[in-house]
Structure formats: structure tokens, C-alpha cells
Design a protein around this ligand. Structure first.
Ligand code: NIG
Ligand code: FE
Length: 411
């Protein structure tokens, strides 16, 4: 067989392959499909063969080869929850938080998300895309090859569309693949302060239809069948349960797939809502009551844990991901990359946090950061594992054993 590229002399090939059509759940999350002394052949951007070196390398005539030198090869990381396109920074808020101010107090006082909204509105599309491209490049340098990217720092029709366009511009540039999410209900903008229902009217009646119409144009920059999501920040001080449901129902009617930020600070009951609406994922799930964790574990909705956020906020409580997996649930990991709670582009660091503070074993954390993360953004059939026919997104780690990812930093 003819191939464009052969990676050989792989000490440990972590395929995460053979899991079937959905995410890995419960004990399946420990199955990495590891092969020692392996090789992977690729052609036309897709994986042609992956497995024992003796089998793959002998059957392949490759134009180019890479000697992995006994290193560990993994699927590229998939980061299924990021707030990637924004302008500016909020470094001064870190000082305030160290001084004792809480994230929600800073937000209520006009800082937080709405501060970044002002900076993002003021930036041109070119400026926004330039600043965002720097972060995308750092994600790639840390091994992320596919990421979700949310809007939510525009909070009006024109600037939410500008964020969507900057996501599409970065998708055109490549090589990172981006799955867009409309998050017009990320916060109530200053001009609607105290009038949340009026802002929800704007989201439902104008922003969502405009975002959907824009997507009909922008999707030409993405592979056929690429998904787009709608998300809501369901939280005290943001959007309550009824407002979240109204927005998600309208989004689903238009054709968006659904996600929901829930239980980051206050448990409002967002998990049952997400499950009832058939959301692809429910994210944060930190203050989630035990019965909602059980409900989630028995559902098709993937729980996305964002351990960089409690770490970034110096909070003690993390997502009960151990319990979710032990009850048969599917867990994915993401950075939540944003300028407020967690400015971190590294999925390797998320794996390290997940092992320490959520008691995932490294195999579960790698599954959560690859195939389950891919399913959490509707791309589980294209990326997240190394198997024939999938997109050729692989990383060669500068280590001989994947378990060292959680122990120390790798490259
Ligand atoms: O997921 N909680 C809402 N959104 C982000 C934070 C965004 C920001 O602070 O700019 C989060 O933590
Ligand atoms: Fe978030």
C-alpha cells in the first residue's frame, strides 16, 4: 500500500481505538488500545493503518518516514470547551481575587466577562483574529489538534457574528480544527443590566437566527457535516433555568446542537435540563447534587470536567468525575480556556489536574481528553482515536510512557 507518511519505531502507540459509535463509559474509559513497537501509516490526511510495526511497516511503501525513536504516540488532544476568541486580558482581576474578591462579585461590579466584552467589541475582526491565533498556536504546541470555540464576548448581534467569523478565519488558516459554539447568553451586557428577560428576547429573536444564517455561509470553511452548538451560562447572576431552557429550545429548533454551563458556582438544576433536552454535553458540573450526577451517568449526555477552573479560582471542589465514571457515565476533559477563570492552553495540564484532584487514573484522563472529548463536540467519528479512516491527527510525546503526562510536563 502507498502512503504519504509512515511513523515507525513507536515505543507505545495509544490508539484509543475500537470503542464503537459513542463515547467510552465507566470501565471502558481505562481501555486505551495500547500497542508496543508500533507504526502508523497515513495518506491524504487520513490514517491508513495503525498497529504492530512488523505488520504495518512491511505492508507500506511510504513517501516520507519519521522515526519516533521509541517515543509514545497519541491521538491529538481534543479540547471540547474553550472561550477562544477574545481580545485583551484581565490580569488585574487576579490581584483582586487574591485579595479576597470572588469571581461573581467582580462580575457583579462590572468586571469579569463584561470587561472582556468591552475589549472584544472594540477590536476589529483582524485584531481579534490575530490575538486569538496566538492562543490557537499555543494549543497546538501543547498537542491539541481539535478544539471547540465559543462566542460570548460580543453579546450583541454584530459582535457575536464577528466572533463567529474569527473562528471561521482560524479554521481556514488551520491546522487546528475548530468546532464553533454560539454563547450569546454568556452574561447580561451592561446595556441590559437588570433586564435579563429583555436580553433573552434579543438572543432568541435576533441573535440566534442571525448566528444560524451566518453559519449557513461560514460552514463552507469547514468540512461537510461539521456541527455548530449553542451554549448558555446557567448560573446565579447569569441566566436562570427557565431562561436557559427558552434559549436552548429556540436553538434546537433552528438546528444547533446543545451544550450547557451548569453548577459552576450555584446548583440551579441545569443538569436535568441538559439531559432532558438531549444536550451533547453538560459542562463544569461542580456543585451538582448527587442525584443529578446519577441521572447524568445514566444518560447520553457527556459530562465535561474543567479542572483548570477550580484550580484557577483556588477553589477546593472539583467535578465529581470519579463518581460519574463509577456509575457508568462518560466524562470528557477540557481547558475552559478564557481570560477570567482559566487562561491555560494545555490539555496535558488538565490531565495532570484530573489525576490529582478528581482521582482519574491516567488512562481515564487520556480517554477523556481524546475520544470522549471528540464525542463531546460531535466529532467522535472523525478525530480522537488512531484508527483506519480517521483524520491523521497524531502527537509524538517526548516520553516513552503516557502515564508520565500526568506526572510531569511532556512536549
Ligand atoms: O466557563 N463561567 C462562564 N464562563 C467562563 C469564564 C469566562 C470569563 O471569565 O471570561 C467559564 O468559567
Ligand atoms: Fe466555560
Amino acid at each position: 500500500m502507498q502512503a504519504d507518511l509512515l511513523i515507525h519505531n513507536i515505543g507505545q502507540l495509544i490508539t484509543v481505538a475500537g470503542g464503537g459509535a459513542g463515547p467510552r463509559r465507566g470501565p471502558e474509559m481505562r481501555q486505551l488500545g495500547s500497542v508496543e513497537r508500533a507504526a502508523v501509516a497515513m495518506g491524504d490526511g487520513a490514517i491508513l493503518a495503525a498497529g504492530p510495526q512488523a505488520k504495518v511497516a512491511d505492508a507500506i511503501d511510504a513517501t516520507a518516514t519519521i522515526d519516533a525513536g521509541g517515543r509514545c504516540v497519541l491521538p491529538g488532544f481534543v479540547d471540547p470547551h474553550t472561550h477562544l476568541p477574545w481580545a485583551g486580558h484581565r490580569a488585574h482581576e487576579f490581584d483582586l481575587r487574591i485579595g479576597g474578591a470572588t469571581y461573581m462579585e467582580i462580575m457583579a461590579a462590572g468586571g469579569g466577562i463584561v470587561r472582556t466584552v468591552a475589549d472584544t467589541r472594540a477590536a476589529s475582526l483582524a485584531q481579534l483574529t490575530r490575538e486569538t491565533a496566538e492562543r490557537a498556536a499555543r494549543m497546538l504546541a501543547h498537542g491539541t489538534t481539535t478544539a471547540e470555540a465559543k462566542t460570548g464576548y460580543g453579546l450583541n448581534v454584530a459582535d457575536e457574528l464577528k466572533q463567529l467569523r474569527s473562528i471561521a478565519a482560524l479554521q481556514r488558516e488551520g491546522p487546528l480544527d475548530l468546532a464553533p459554539t454560539f454563547l450569546g447568553a454568556h452574561a447580561v451586557p451592561a446595556e441590559y443590566r437588570g433586564r435579563t428577560d429583555a436580553y433573552v428576547d434579543l438572543v432568541v429573536e435576533e441573535m440566534l437566527p442571525a448566528a444560524w444564517a451566518e453559519w449557513q455561509v461560514l460552514k463552507a470553511d469547514f468540512p461537510p457535516g461539521w456541527p455548530i452548538f449553542c451554549d448558555v451560562f446557567c448560573e446565579d447572576g447569569a441566566f436562570d433555568l427557565a431562561q436557559s431552557e427558552r434559549i436552548l429550545q429556540a436553538a434546537r429548533t433552528l438546528g444547533f446542537r446543545l451544550k450547557l454551563h451548569v453548577d459552576e458556582f450555584a446548583p440551579l438544576g441545569g443538569t436535568p435540563l441538559a439531559v432532558r433536552l438531549g444536550a451533547t454535553s453538560v459542562d463544569h458540573i461542580v456543585t451538582t447534587p448527587a442525584e443529578h450526577v446519577t441521572l447524568l451517568a445514566g444518560s447520553d449526555t457527556i459530562g465535561v470536567a474543567l479542572p483548570g477552573t477550580p484550580f484557577g479560582l483556588a477553589h477546593r471542589d472539583y467535578t465529581p468525575a470519579r463518581s460519574l465514571i463509577d456509575q457508568g457515565g462518560a466524562v470528557a476533559l477540557a481547558t475552559d480556556l478564557n481570560p477570567g477563570t482559566c487562561w491555560c492552553e494545555s490539555m496535558q495540564f488538565m490531565i495532570a489536574l484530573a489525576c490529582r484532584y478528581m482521582k482519574l487514573v491516567p488512562a481515564e484522563a487520556v480517554t477523556a481528553a481524546t475520544i470522549n472529548a471528540a464525542h463531546a463536540i460531535g466529532l467522535g467519528d472523525r478525530v480522537g482515536s488512531i484508527e483506519r479512516g480517521k483524520q491523521a491527527d497524531l502527537i509524538v510525546l517526548d516520553t516513552d510512557d503516557y502515564r508520565k503526562i500526568g506526572r510531569a510536563s511532556c512536549r
